[in-house]
Design a protein around this ligand. Structure first.
Ligand SMILES: [Zn+2]
Ligand SMILES: [Zn+2]
Length: 333
């Protein structure tokens, strides 16, 4: 098979590799669609520790091409989306934290290749009526669904989402589904704001032309929002969320702030106004649930561009440049 192998930095080579064979309990997937993720961008920029040579790509869908010992033969031909890793259900993390942080997890191989191999448990059947391309969005969407359940949703809540990339869009859609009355999206790129409207945002803010604080205070009688989600990954925007949240309000961190960064907030303000702050990382226990919810979201236009395997690096580079919303690679054309 052909694979786009990362050799460090911006260097990718298309290499011929042996077709993967399924071990016991494993399935081989013919890859359909691979989503480019911020993590892939960070790896090629040296901001996320990884050792080349490596086949990247962890958000993907495909068809089961072969099964190993112990996996029912009838799974061959099944349309599936792959979770990044499996879970044991027994370790401390599985029991006390989430199954996506399993200490005995087995990972699926990198998907920027014609075929990938991984645990049968991680290959989730795609529901009838959901196309494989959209299904490939399950992983990023599940991080947002998991995040949306970090805090209770008060009745008639006004919610602020800062950042309208793919994660911000999913976050606002799920917070709206959870019962937020009004969702404010703050995002400088017009096309993303429009997608925000399509996915459930009620008020759109372009922070370059309109003061976000004014928008928030107008929508909340000067009290601030009940819940603010930062989906960019900038400490100053997390602090902005804190300042725009009402007493006993909550701030949700979905964006990935740089390691060792500090929060430029007044801790007295946190204490005095009893603000809650919580991070949300990864799929939690929501991968399967997300797959069931995807058909109910209006995702038209969220996938902005498709690249062949030969252009895998272009997809990663363009994604890093903020081009479009979600870019995908199609390893089998
Ligand atoms: Zn990802
Ligand atoms: Zn476990």
């Amino acid at each position: 098979m052909r694979a786009a192998v990362w050799h460090g930095g911006a260097k990718f080579l298309i290499e011929e590799r042996p077709d993967p064979a399924p071990g016991p309990g494993q399935v081989v997937l013919k890859v359909d669609t691979v989503g480019v993720c911020g993590t892939d961008v960070h790896i090629t920029q040296g901001l996320f520790p990884s050792t080349p040579p490596l086949v990247l790509g962890h958000e993907f869908s495909g068809t089961i091409a072969d099964v190993g010992k112990g996996v029912p033969k009838r799974r061959v031909g099944e349309r599936v989306v792959s979770d990044i890793s499996s879970h044991c259900g027994k370790c401390d993390n599985c029991r006390e934290w989430t199954i996506s942080r399993c200490q005995n997890a087995q990972r699926t191989s990198g998907a920027l290749a014609e075929y990938a191999v991984g645990p049968s448990q991680s290959a989730h059947s795609v529901p009838e009526g959901l196309d494989l391309e959209t299904a490939a969005l399950t992983e990023p969407a599940s991080c947002c669904l998991s995040g949306s359940f970090m805090f209770p949703m008060p009745k008639d809540a006004v919610v602020l989402v800062i950042g309208g990339g793919i994660m911000g869009l999913f976050t606002l859609a799920f917070l709206k589904r959870r019962g937020a009355r009004t969702v404010i999206l703050s995002e400088p790129v017009a096309a993303r704001r429009e997608l925000g409207r399509q996915m459930g945002a009620d008020i759109l803010n372009d922070p370059r032309s309109e003061d976000l604080k004014e928008v928030v205070m107008r929508a909340t009688n000067g009290r601030g929002v009940h819940l603010a989600a930062e989906v960019v990954g900038k400490p100053e925007l997390v602090a902005r969320c804190v300042s725009l949240t009402r007493p006993r309000g909550n701030v949700l961190m979905i964006g990935v702030c740089p390691q060792e960064s500090n929060l430029p907030s007044d801790l007295y303000d946190f204490h005095y106004r009893e603000i809650g702050l919580r991070g949300a990382f990864g799929r939690g226990n929501y991968f399967k649930k997300t797959l069931q919810l995807l058909p109910e979201l209006n995702l038209k236009g969220v996938i902005s561009a498709r690249y062949p395997l030969e252009r895998a690096y272009d997809a990663i580079y363009d994604s890093g440049q903020g081009r479009g919303v979600k870019l995908v690679v199609k390893p089998n054309g």
